[in-house]
Ligand binder design. Structure first.
Ligand SMILES: *Cc1c(COP(=O)(O)O)cnc(C)c1O
Length: 325
């Protein structure tokens, strides 16, 4: 069943709740991408967020929105990495215990990052759905709360604070390029942008390999796709057959979706390193990659998000030295 969309008021409330607990990240003009696109291109440096991704916004908002008794019992979640890391940090900051369940496909660097935040970790199965079943079991057996990575109002509202910052810092923006996986980021960002600037086009960027939201939009309902290894590992995973919010919000608020090949994503990571001086993970680089691939048209300034920087540094080094990771 579809719920009412997350509102601008909820996003403004999220901003008040997480103020001082997350960073307001900078926007940089990219001369190289500007040259390539023929219009100014700005990058929001959200990979410099605490915990290395925007996920801290939604996680912090959702943890603080729990009632204190529930929070005290602890929080469990399934994650491809960045949500788990953010949730571990947000829980600790709020004095709560976090247990993070994840699949075997999650890279080692991400698992270590989560362990360092003090969370308990459980590795279960070869897909996010199998890890989710362990979360369901813990909720049932121990009565703990869960905060899902995207399909949750408080998570979406928290991610939406990023959209508010884009509107305020880049009032001239005509097009926003936003990573698209489960759709929590783009639902929040599009809700914020369209409330303030309905004329701005919001374009979802994702990979060709296992693009669950794209397949679902084409089918007109949430569908499952096979989960495949990709350089943009933070964009992997399904949207949930029982999706309540992000499918409908993405369908109604997002103007277009662009799909990228693995080689295009690799080019994006290399670009961010060599031309921008930024270490960015595959998912974080897809906005830049879409411009470099010539897959985005805009009549005016473009804003994109470097959404995360959590990449295994050995994989990163191999990639920027010309390898395939
Ligand atoms: C989670 C994530 C995304 C995608 O966000 P969704 O809300 O699942 O669409 C993009 N980039 C990074 C770095 C992420 O961690």
């Amino acid at each position: 069943m579809t719920m009412s969309f997350v509102t601008l008021e909820e996003i403004l409330a999220a901003r008040r709740r997480i103020a001082g607990k997350v960073r307001r990240t900078f926007c940089n003009l990219s001369p190289v991408l500007t040259e390539r696109a023929g219009v100014p291109v700005f990058m929001k440096l959200e990979h410099q967020q605490i915990t290395g991704s925007f996920k801290l916004r939604g996680a912090t908002n959702a943890v603080l929105a729990l009632d204190p008794e529930t929070r005290a019992k602890g929080i469990v979640a399934v994650s491809t990495g960045n949500h788990g890391r953010a949730l571990a940090y947000a829980a600790r900051a709020a004095g709560a215990r976090a247990t993070i369940c994840m699949s075997e496909l999650v890279p080692r660097a991400k698992i270590e990052g989560i362990a360092q935040q003090g969370a308990d970790i459980r590795i279960i199965g070869r897909s996010q759905d199998e890890a989710q079943r362990e979360v369901d079991r813990l909720i049932e057996a121990e009565g703990v709360a869960t905060i899902p990575p995207f399909d949750h109002r408080d998570v979406i509202a928290g991610q939406g604070t990023l959209g508010l910052e884009m509107v305020e810092d880049l009032p001239e923006m005509a097009t926003a390029l936003v990573q698209l996986s489960g759709g929590g980021l783009i639902s929040g960002v599009a809700a914020a942008i369209k409330a303030r600037r309905p004329d701005v086009r919001v374009i979802g960027i994702t990979m060709e390999r296992g693009a669950a939201m794209h397949a679902s939009l084409a089918a007109g309902r949430p569908v499952e796709v096979e989960e495949l290894p990709t350089l943009a590992d933070s964009l992997g995973g399904g949207i949930g057959i029982a999706n309540r919010l992000t499918f409908a919000m993405t369908r109604d608020l997002v103007d277009d979706v662009v799909l990228l090949t693995e080689e295009e994503i690799a080019t994006g990571i290399r670009h961010c390193y060599h031309a921008e001086g930024q270490v960015v993970e595959g998912a974080g680089a897809v906005g830049a990659a879409a411009i470099l691939a010539g897959k985005v048209r805009s009549d005016g300034p473009v804003a994109l998000i470097l959404s995360g920087g959590n990449i295994d540094m050995d994989d990163h080094r191999r990639l920027i030295c010309g390898g395939t990771a």
